[in-house]
Every structure is written in C-alpha cells, then in structure tokens.
Design a protein around this ligand. Structure first.
Ligand SMILES: [Zn+2]
Length: 236
C-alpha cells in the first residue's frame, strides 16, 4: 500500500496552488463565459500530477470501503477511475468564450431558434454521482446568431463540471445571452439523478425538470409558450 500513503506528503501535488496560479483577473472572471476554467492551459506535468493525486485517492477509497485494493481485479481500478474522473470534469479545461468566439454571426433572423434533445451527462456535486438527461435551448435572435453546433458545445462544457442542475440550467441560459445578446433565451433541462435513484430516496423513474427564461421568454407569455411547445424534449 506504499503508494497510497505518499500522496499527503508530496509537496508537488498542491491543488490550492494550482488554482491560484490559474486565476486570471477578476473582470474576466465575472462573465459566465469565463467561469469554471480551473484547469485551462495546464501543462502535461500538471495533468500527470492530478492523475497521480486522484489515483492515490481512489486507492484509499477502495481500502476504505473494506476492499483489498491490491487484489487482481482492482489493481488498475484507481488509474482507470482517475482517468474517468478527469474526463467527466474536462469542462474545467476550456472556457465557453473560447468555443463561441469564432461562431457568432450577424444575421437578420427574427425567428425563434431551438435546439432540443441535447444529451447531457454531468456529476452531481453533492454526491459525485451522475445525473443525465436532455436539454432544450431556444433563443430569439437580435441581429446575431450563434453556430448551432456551438449550443451543444456550451451545454457540454458546463455539464462536464461538478454541478447542480439548477445552476447548470442558469449558466447555459446566461452564456447564450452574453454570447449573442438575443431578445430572449429559454433553457429546459430534464434529468434523472442517480444519487436519488440508487439511494432509494425517490421512485426509479423520477425526473427533475429545471428551466431558465430570460428576456422576452420571461416577460412575454406567448414567446414562452411557443418555446415550451417547440422545445419539448423527447422522453428518454
Ligand atoms: Zn446528488
């Protein structure tokens, strides 16, 4: 178990320092487009440090639940789990601004744009257990549109971070609002939370629906209604 006890003594692995080094000026941070980029532009060696720290943590976790982390079937589990966790949280590596910056176009379009049934896989920040489902995003352009595929990318970046569904919904709406300054934005997120399902707290089929309505999606009942009809996600 030697490798497990080394982690706390290793001065090279200091996640607090990593965060501080990466902080940019506060003005930039105040936009949702720049939020959460905790691991942006990291070197290969920092990535390796994270992987090692996580591997150690998962080894401790295996022993802590009463398992033998050295038995054959579990030997590579800490490494696999560490890689998986970094993948599930890779939304920290990129800002939404980088993704949308080259995909905003002037366009005299005044019809509602809706992209629905966007698959979403995220981790609940309270239990580190997945929640997943579908997202529907709509907006009413005001002389600017965003590339359609970028809407799914925005959803992906925010969802590949530790999340609560309420904040995720709000962040997606705010990002669209900041990126194209439309007349209004609507976002509907419907998810199954495995932390509820697996712990038996709720019925197996229970879903959580959250929505965020900005601009005339909030103030104009007809616009909102149109979005709620067009933007309804398929069941999953
Ligand atoms: Zn949870």
């Amino acid at each position: 178990m030697a490798h497990l006890s080394e982690s706390s003594n290793n001065d090279d692995i200091n996640m607090n320092n990593l965060h501080i080094e990466d902080k940019k000026n506060d003005v930039r941070r105040s936009s949702v487009l720049d939020e959460g980029t905790l691991r942006e532009n990291e070197s290969e060696s920092k990535h390796e440090q994270r992987l090692d720290a996580l591997k150690n943590a998962y080894g401790i976790m295996l022993n802590s639940v009463g398992e033998d982390a050295m038995r054959q079937g579990l030997l590579k589990t800490p490494e696999r789990a560490a890689k998986a966790m970094l993948f599930f949280t890779k939304g920290y590596e990129q800002s939404v601004r980088d993704v949308v910056s080259d995909a905003i176009f002037d366009e005299e379009c005044d019809n509602m744009v809706v992209v629905k049934d966007i698959d979403i896989y995220s981790l609940c920040e309270h239990h580190l257990i997945p929640f997943f489902g579908k997202v529907s995003v709509g907006y009413l352009p005001n002389k600017r549109v965003i590339g359609l595929s970028k809407i799914a990318r925005i959803v992906e970046i925010f969802s590949r971070r530790l999340q609560v569904q309420e904040r995720l919904t709000q962040q997606i709406a705010q990002a669209i609002e900041e990126a194209v300054q439309p007349l209004g934005v609507g976002v509907i997120v419907e998810c199954v939370h495995m932390c509820m399902v697996m712990r038996g707290a709720e019925k197996v089929n229970s879903r959580t629906t959250t929505s965020a309505m900005l601009g005339n999606f909030r103030h104009n009942a007809k616009t909102r209604e149109e979005f709620l009809i067009i933007g309804r996600n398929s069941s999953f």
